[in-house]
Design a protein around this ligand. Structure first.
Ligand code: SF4
Length: 439
């Protein structure tokens, strides 16, 4: 029995896809092992957004060859689609597969027999038109369920449409069937994942269904206790969705909404499809209906043309906004994107300073959000991690809670009262009170 190991870089979508590909291997009789366990085959799923994707990829290949010198090393993922030739030149790589090929790798690399030449099977991205469904099963607590792939937007800084192709989705019917299978494995929380999930519903190039209908259909199914929506574009976060989530027992009060910049002129040059006024309106709609809703924000600093003044516009906008945390990205040039041609390049030092300022702001926001929730009672889903005798879990509204380690709590939903913020920035609780048996 051949042994195969996986390494994933990047986003939730990549994790869901690696997990599905690993189940394909297992179904064909391969044994899935850890990276260190001398595998015969390595599958490295790469990301194009990661800083220094090339260096990271090289490092992992080197590590793989050290562990298992005669192994067969295959590279898939966004970076493989964008730079197949470059990757094929990395010493130790046996095969590189693009977006249209990665789900067929077992059949395409028949037997994983080593050859003199590196195999490069990466069609043009226009060929990636099929939706391949995927979901991750890491531990029993939380699953990333892929419902949509690709993107038809063309933000000036982004390589994802080049790496993943046009927007396409699974059908609601298939997603419900997948969610039922997931429920049978004992998973309690499903995170809906995609590149641009608000654009859900395009099949074979035509809009067939809507994201709001998917949300409602999942809400009506039994078996999964909680659904979380991952990142959704502000212009696609319709009132209908916000209102439905505010009434739902299963969709949790947590949104992650990319802003990218608080300056309208930068938003325009990024090619984003909204202005700051719309963003503000979305936040105020959410907070009016769900005052304790958690809101995460993506923001990019150092985009070309971002003067000190325009950065301050972003800083002040975020400072005033009732949001809970930020994911800060420092802009870096990506080949074949419009932003690389733009004037007003921001020096790296300045980009890093701005990033630091926003990271500090994020910590302040998170702490304030946690403080506002102290004394309130929530349901926590405990995870399988131990750190200094403590375990962790998240509330519906994404507050990270710490409790004394108890193996019986793993994958259990417990009602808890938040008592105080501890030194590590997590929230301590009063004793868990009861196991919920809601459904
Ligand atoms: S919406 Fe913009 S940033 Fe997001 S994947 Fe599409 S092109 Fe990239």
């Amino acid at each position: 029995m051949k042994k195969v190991a996986f390494y994933t870089l990047g986003c939730k979508l990549n994790y869901s896809e690696t997990s599905t590909i690993s189940r394909m291997f297992e179904a064909k009789g391969y044994e899935k092992v850890d990276f260190q366990e001398n595998p015969d085959i390595f599958i490295i799923n790469t990301c194009s957004v990661t800083e220094n994707a090339d260096k990271k990829c090289k490092k992992i290949v080197k590590e793989a060859k050290k562990i298992s010198p005669n192994s067969y090393v295959t590279i898939i993922g966004c970076y493989a689609q964008l730079k197949p030739k470059e990757i094929s030149e990395i010493e130790g790589v046996d095969a590189v597969l693009g977006a249209a090929e990665k789900f067929r790798l077992i059949e395409l690399l028949d037997g994983f027999a080593k050859a003199q030449e590196t195999k490069v099977l990466a069609s043009e991205i226009q060929e990636a038109t099929i939706f391949n469904n995927a979901y991750s099963i890491h531990d029993r607590t939380r699953t990333f369920l892929k419902v949509q792939d690709g993107c038809n937007y063309g933000c000036a800084f982004c390589t994802i449409p080049l790496a993943r192709g046009k927007s396409r989705s699974d059908s609601i019917e298939n997603i419900l069937a997948a969610a039922e299978k997931i429920a049978c494995t004992g998973v309690k929380e499903v995170v809906l994942t995609g590149v641009n999930i608000g654009d859900f519903g395009i099949q074979e190039g035509k809009r067939q269904e809507r994201f709001a209908d998917l949300v409602m259909a999942l809400d009506a199914m039994l078996g999964i206790e909680r659904f979380r929506i991952s990142s959704i574009e502000p212009n696609l976060l319709a009132n209908e969705i916000i209102e439905f989530v505010s009434r739902s027992e299963r969709f949790v009060p947590h949104f992650h909404i990319p802003l990218q910049s608080g300056s309208n002129s930068i938003l325009r040059s990024m090619g984003r499809r909204y202005l700051r006024e719309l963003y503000e309106d979305r936040i105020s709609k959410i907070k009016t209906l769900m005052p304790h809703c958690c809101i995460g924000v993506d923001v990019i600093v150092g985009f070309p043309g971002e003067t000190d003044e325009l950065f301050l516009e972003t800083y002040n906008f975020l400072n005033e906004l009732d949001i809970s945390y930020l994911h800060v990205f420092t802009y870096s040039e990506r080949a074949n994107t419009r932003a690389t041609e733009m004037d007003g390049v921001v020096p790296i030092k300045k980009r890093n300073e701005r990033s630091k300022m926003l990271r500090i702001l994020s910590e302040k926001k998170r702490r304030k959000f946690y403080e506002e929730n102290l004394g309130r009672t929530y349901t926590v889903l405990f995870e399988e991690d131990i750190e200094d005798g403590q375990m962790h879990g998240f509330t519906e509204n994404y507050i990270r809670v710490a409790a004394k380690y108890d193996p019986l709590l793993i994958n259990e939903l417990k009602q808890v009262t938040l008592s105080e913020i501890n030194d590590k920035g997590n929230v301590d609780i009063l004793e868990p009170e009861m196991i919920l048996e809601k459904h």
